[in-house]
Design a protein around this ligand. Structure first.
Ligand code: FAD
Length: 477
């Protein structure tokens, strides 16, 4: 009987355990992607990620066609879609790769038992992490809450499984199977087409992901440990959206990086793989603390006096805070669907500490605008910055956006790229235009309050206010 491969966040043919399992059956294979009507606890996809999904599905469809296959697209409740495809095709089993968010797990569990009751076998595989979240444990068998020991324990487990090759044969199902189209799903914006610029920055799909990894390993891995903090240079891999949609697996990244690095991986390699490790850690946290996306990991933050300030939130979202590095980051996000990690930390800290706005408002904005919006990484990182997370940055450590800018964008090139109205300013004024002599502003065509905003909060006052707010929930030491 035919086997259904249910594609989800694993839009690739290589190192795809579910697909390989189906291929090994020797029988006809039906490749299915379901645009899921999300059940309770499942998050609907944000707009930028939906744009990516559309491109990625087209790429996967084309890759499958080269194998004589077709990607079937259906929408609805996953259980109902699977039931009807089974009824239409006489499929005897369904395979998929696992997900780790509470809503997804609950949905998959219900589907598994529903299928079993009808005599259909369902099998799931680990595909999108180096190790399953339950494999890494503390000495006493508990989930890990601190990154460094987590990563050490992770590495102590030794061997990472070898990546799987693209199946050589994938017999198609002979009969007709109805399919919807990517276009009908309306995943892409039309008017206004805010994603018009995305195509200049990205090549979604498996081939694009592999090319990105190759270019990174050849060009930027060397020097990554220091270069990764510089938003003015393209020194990180930019693999995050590819990982988000499973167009490449961390197992492939791991082995390919070791292959290039040889036997003696140095500081750059360890640092790069440790970042992949932070992704593993975020999934570990999500799996063991399923409320991570919506609730403070540290409960004392439930009493934090967040401010409701719609105009300030709007200014932040639009990149009009008057702090150039913050504004550059938020505009990079809007124009490309991505933001450099150092700048993500700066803008998140600014929202949570300078503006005292709940991290969940920032997380929601990132969720909607990032092409790599990730159900584990996004909330875990926001909680890390907010101080409410596991192994988080202490709340009282408040980023100074001027110093961050001067240190990590020393010539101001990053700000000039994304905040063109400041492009004429010299390096020494670009991160603090409100302190620049009028003559310099004039020469650069900058009129504060007109061509570019004055700071919406004063740094010192905001810092004092944040510390006072934190004092109300600080634990007695
Ligand atoms: P590289 O430096 O090349 O790292 C390689 C891979 O390691 C990344 O693709 C990513 O999968 C992983 N990684 C790197 N840094 C981190 C990190 N700090 N935490 C977890 N994984 C990491 N990452 C997302 O993938 N999705 C998100 O929604 C997301 N939201 C974030 C929100 C905030 C407030 C912050 C501070 C960080 C967030 N990150 C998120 C983490 C990080 O910023 C991005 O993964 C990284 O910038 C992606 O760029 P890259 O692929 O070039 O990274």
């Amino acid at each position: 009987a035919p086997v259904i491969v249910w594609f989800r966040d694993d839009l690739r043919l290589s190192d795809n355990p579910a697909l390989s399992k189906a291929a090994a059956s020797g029988g006809p294979v039906i490749c299915l992607y379901i645009r899921e009507e999300t059940g309770t606890g499942q998050r609907a996809m944000g707009a930028a990620a939906a744009w990516w999904l559309a491109q990625s599905l087209r790429a996967l469809g084309a890759d499958l066609e080269r194998l004589g296959q077709r990607l079937i697209l259906r929408s609805g409740k996953a259980a109902e879609v699977l039931a009807s495809v089974i009824a239409e095709t006489g499929a005897g089993s369904v395979v998929w790769n696992r997900r780790y968010d509470a809503g997804g797990i609950a949905t998959d569990k219900a589907i598994k038992s529903d299928l079993a009751a009808r005599g259909i076998t369902a099998e799931s595989f680990g595909a999108n992490l180096l190790r399953e979240p339950w494999e890494v444990k503390s000495a006493v068998g508990e989930p890990m809450k601190v990154f460094t020991p987590f990563w050490r324990a992770h590495q102590r487990l030794g061997h990472i499984r070898a990546p799987l090759r693209v199946p050589t044969a994938l017999p198609a199902f002979a009969g007709p199977v109805a399919s919807e189209t990517v276009e009908e799903w309306g995943l892409e914006p039309t008017r206004p087409n805010w994603a018009a610029g995305f195509t200049d920055h990205w090549t979604p799909g498996e081939a694009g992901a592999q090319a990105r990894l190759k270019a990174f390993l050849a060009g930027s891995l060397d020097g990554y440990a220091d270069g990764r903090d510089r938003p003015d240079r393209a020194s990180t891999s930019r693999l995050s959206p590819h990982l988000r949609f499973g167009e490449i697996s961390p197992v492939q990244i791991w082995h390919r990086t070791h292959m290039v690095a040889g036997m003696e991986p140095g500081r750059d390699v360890s640092k790069f793989l440790a970042e992949v490790g932070w992704r593993e850690f975020a999934y570990h946290l999500l799996f063991h603390f399923p409320h991570l996306p919506e609730a403070n990991y540290q409960h004392r933050f439930d009493a934090f006096p967040w401010r409701a300030d719609a105009p300030a939130l709007k200014a932040w979202q639009k990149g009009l805070t008057g702090y150039p590095i913050v504004d550059a980051g938020l505009r990079e996000l809007w124009h490309t669907g991505w933001m450099h990690n150092r700048v993500r930390m700066i803008v998140a800290s600014f929202l949570v500490k300078h503006l005292l706005i709940d991290w969940r408002a920032g997380e929601a904005w990132f969720w909607d605008t990032l092409v790599d919006a990730d159900v584990a990484n996004n909330p875990a990182s926001w909680q890390w910055v907010a101080g409410s997370g596991a192994d988080a940055a202490p709340y009282f450590r408040i980023f100074n956006p001027m110093l961050q800018g001067e240190k990590f964008d020393p010539k101001g090139d990053y700000v000039r790229r994304w905040v063109p109205e400041l492009a004429g300013l010299p390096a020494k004024a670009i991160h603090t235009p409100w302190e620049a002599p009028l003559a310099i502003l004039h020469k650069a065509g900058v009129r504060l309050g007109e061509t570019y905003p004055r700071p919406i909060v004063d740094h010192d006052a905001a810092r004092a206010r944040a510390l006072a707010a934190f004092a109300t929930i600080r634990e007695p030491s």
